[in-house]
Design a protein around this ligand. Structure first.
Ligand code: 4AZ
Length: 246
């Protein structure tokens, strides 16, 4: 996250940290807990054959920092199943950048809680302020990930405006968000993590951090997977209801 603030997991209790477990655990991506047993993330976090190697992946919930473990706040899980969207298009600009991870079901605590899915196809007004969270880089040229969970505010950008910023590759399954000053953005390591918007006092998962040209670059906003296009896909693959208010 560029231009944001240190955040606590209690303010983003659906935040997941996804690791590849080889001889050590390597941090890969963020994710969001959408039901006690399912984490939603980005398909591009995984190699194409990840579904056959789910047991190599680990999910942490309740994590404040990448480099320290806290048994009081954390829950750790092996991935039981990984489902990559079958139309995820790595060549054509990350269309359908969405994936699901099944875990042994988590227990709700003050640091581990599900986020609501918004109703199908619901769109919020342009300029609406939402928040992003992650453990990723604090600047495009930073050497390392933040380690501490951070968050930032971003505003929703219209399809039209975004297609002017990125002249190829913005599909209906994506949307853009950024700050008017171009000072806040998601960055490398934040992928897969949440863009949440508060509606009527509830936090809803509208976006999955997906891609962008660099980080916090002028006229190059962050691009997000439009979660409201995938209610049916999520329901079909998990049985999690299309519209779930925690
Ligand atoms: C990445 O490399 C990445 N500024 C994620 C988000 C953005 C750029 C890069 C958006 O995972």
């Amino acid at each position: 996250i560029v231009g944001g603030n240190v955040a606590t997991i209690r303010s983003h209790p659906w935040m997941a940290a996804i690791y590849h477990h080889k001889r050590q655990e390597y941090f890969l991506c963020g994710g969001s807990l959408i039901s006690p047993c399912w984490v939603l993330t980005a398909a591009h976090c995984f190699p194409p054959d990840a579904a056959t190697k789910a047991h190599q992946y680990v999910v942490y919930l309740g994590k404040n920092a990448l480099n320290e473990s806290n048994p009081l706040t954390e829950q750790r899980f092996w991935a039981e199943k990984i489902i990559l969207h079958s139309q995820f298009d790595e060549q054509k600009g990350f269309n359908n950048d969405i994936a699901l991870i099944k875990i042994q079901c988590s227990k709700e605590t003050s640091t581990v809680k599900t986020v609501c899915l918004p109703p199908p196809n619901q769109k919020l007004p342009v300029g609406f302020t939402c928040e992003i969270a992650g453990y990723g880089k604090q600047g495009q040229y930073s050497w390392e990930y933040s380690k501490l969970l951070r968050d930032a505010s971003v505003e929703l950008i219209s399809e039209n405006t975004c297609s002017q910023y990125y002249t190829t590759g913005i599909t209906d399954n994506m949307f853009c968000a950024g700050s008017p000053s171009w000072k806040t953005d998601a960055c490398q390591g934040d992928s897969g993590g949440p863009l949440t918007c508060e509606v009527l006092g509830q936090m809803f998962l509208y976006g999955i951090i997906s891609w962008g040209d660099g980080c916090a670059k002028e006229t190059k906003p962050g691009v997000y997977t439009q979660v409201t296009k995938y209610n049916q896909w999520i329901a079909d693959n998990t049985g999690v209801a299309a519209f779930s208010t925690g």
